[in-house]
Design a protein around this ligand. Structure first.
Ligand SMILES: C[S@@+](CC[C@H](N)C(=O)[O-])C[C@H]1O[C@@H](n2cnc3c(N)ncnc32)[C@H](O)[C@@H]1O
Length: 227
């Protein structure tokens, strides 16, 4: 069951699918310094090119923006997104990259999809953690633990909270977002400092291996610890 705020989040990303990747080129950004978005996206593309192994799950994959950078490291790739239009973009990307045979694109809500226990060796979560409330965060990590092997590798990419962001956004809450055609959506979003990520990893029994901080984004890698 989805509440009103989740439905609006899902609708927002579905309608944004065709313009979503613009943000990585610095278009339609929250902070009016386009070059910082391009710079951070390039930096993360470089880091993620040595990430991934075995069977990876890309949760809330969107258009599959990071796929070209990590695909060669994995034998099998499961990409899931609740948005019909995002997953359609992602399928196109798999086609263009010529890797359809090892990719499985699934339209569905991560919390509702049924996966076998211990199916995945590595996990990518790009800009989804920031849309999870404290309550859904707990359920997210419980499910993640169940569907991954012991010591699965994780890679989180998300949005930074820092002095620059502070000038344009509040740290947590319902934020207004606009599409290119002017349509307005109200979505839940939070931003993270390095110590927030430390805390989230600690609370959910993940070991933080690296934290790379840009100006607007960060990339954190880790391992799901045995319990
Ligand atoms: C901010 S976009 C990030 C896309 C991609 N990971 C990236 O880094 O470019 C978040 C994506 O998560 C999807 N999403 C949000 N909640 C989800 C859920 N519960 N299950 C699956 N996908 C979800 C949205 O539809 C959207 O495509």
């Amino acid at each position: 069951m989805h509440d009103e705020s989740q439905r609006e989040l899902f609708a927002y990303y579905n309608e944004r699918a065709q313009e979503y990747d613009d943000v990585y080129c610095g278009k339609g950004t929250a902070i009016p310094h386009q070059h910082l978005y391009k710079k951070d996206a390039a930096k993360i593309s470089n880091i993620i090119s040595s990430f991934g192994k075995g069977h990876i799950i890309d949760i809330g994959c969107g258009t599959g923006y990071w796929l070209p950078h990590y695909a060669r490291n994995c034998e099998k790739i499961t990409l899931i997104d609740v948005s019909e239009k995002m997953i359609a973009e992602c399928r196109n990307k798999c086609d263009k990259l010529g890797i359809t045979n090892k990719c499985h694109c699934v339209k569905g809500d991560f919390f509702e999809l049924d996966f076998k226990d211990h199916l995945f060796d590595s996990v990518l979560v790009g800009f989804l953690l920031s849309h999870l409330t404290q309550k859904t965060e707990k359920a997210f990590f419980e499910k993640l633990r169940r569907i991954t092997v012991t010591k699965a590798q994780v890679f989180f990419i998300d949005t930074l909270w820092n002095k620059l962001r502070q000038q344009y956004r509040k740290k947590e809450g319902i934020h207004e977002r606009f599409l290119n055609d002017g349509r307005k959506f109200r979505i839940y979003k939070r931003y993270f400092t390095k110590s927030d990520i430390h805390e989230i990893f600690k609370n959910n029994a993940l070991k933080l291996i690296s934290f790379s901080q840009g100006h607007v984004f960060f990339a954190a890698t880790g391992v799901i610890e045995e319990q």
